[in-house]
Design a protein around this ligand. Structure first.
Ligand code: MN3
Length: 200
């Protein structure tokens, strides 16, 4: 079967509470994420590995771009979150922390820069922390379901934060800033840690 498949959510819908509530996660996964996948499967006649599809997206229609991006971005995003642990302050591991301090001065500045990009993104999109081929890391934002790999296939994704209203509106309404400040409690630092280790 030539179809794109969802990843399994690596935790329960309620695991990110109180920072991302169960209903938001349920709707986000089942309606938005599965919706992109269903649409992508109906649009693309033959299976192209999702990574190559993303890296060559300019050859495809806007519809394929949006739904392939929606599929790819969320498949990453679910893995970049981790169940809330009330006994942990969820600090980045040493390697991640050192890179953040090298490139942003402090973890506080890093989070502020992510927040500023998230606030600046008018309408729907994503904020990303990426590793460039030059070895340094930067924060960028993309519109809609675009992914940084669409423009530069040589970067590595360290983190991505969904700033579409559907990611937070049920719980936070228009308070995107509160959503971003709270998400640090459930960010899976092992994700960028693994990417940084692989690209040392
Ligand atoms: Mn989303």
């Amino acid at each position: 079967m030539n179809i794109y498949l969802p990843i399994e959510l690596p935790y329960s819908y309620s695991a990110l509470e109180p920072y991302i509530d169960k209903k938001t996660m349920y709707v986000h996964f089942n309606e938005h994420y599965l919706g992109y996948i269903k649409k992508l499967n109906s649009l693309l006649p033959a299976r192209v590995p999702i990574q190559s599809l993303i890296k060559n997206i300019d050859k495809y229609s806007v519809d394929i771009r949006n739904n392939a991006g929606g599929y790819f971005n969320h498949s990453l995003f679910w893995q970049m979150l981790t169940p809330f642990n009330p006994f942990s302050s969820n600090e980045p591991p040493l390697l991640v922390k050192n890179i953040i301090i090298r490139d942003f001065g402090s973890v506080y500045n890093f989070k502020q820069q992510i927040l500023e990009k998230a606030k600046k993104r008018f309408g729907s999109g994503w904020v990303w922390w990426i590793l460039r081929p030059t070895g340094d890391t930067i924060i960028i934002e993309t519109p809609y379901q675009d992914n940084p790999l669409m423009k530069n296939p040589n970067i590595k994704i360290l983190l991505g934060i969904d700033v579409w209203e559907h990611a937070y509106y049920l719980q936070y309404q228009a308070k995107r800033e509160t959503y971003i400040n709270n998400i640090w409690n459930v960010i899976n630092w092992n994700y960028p840690n693994r990417v940084l280790l692989e690209n040392k």
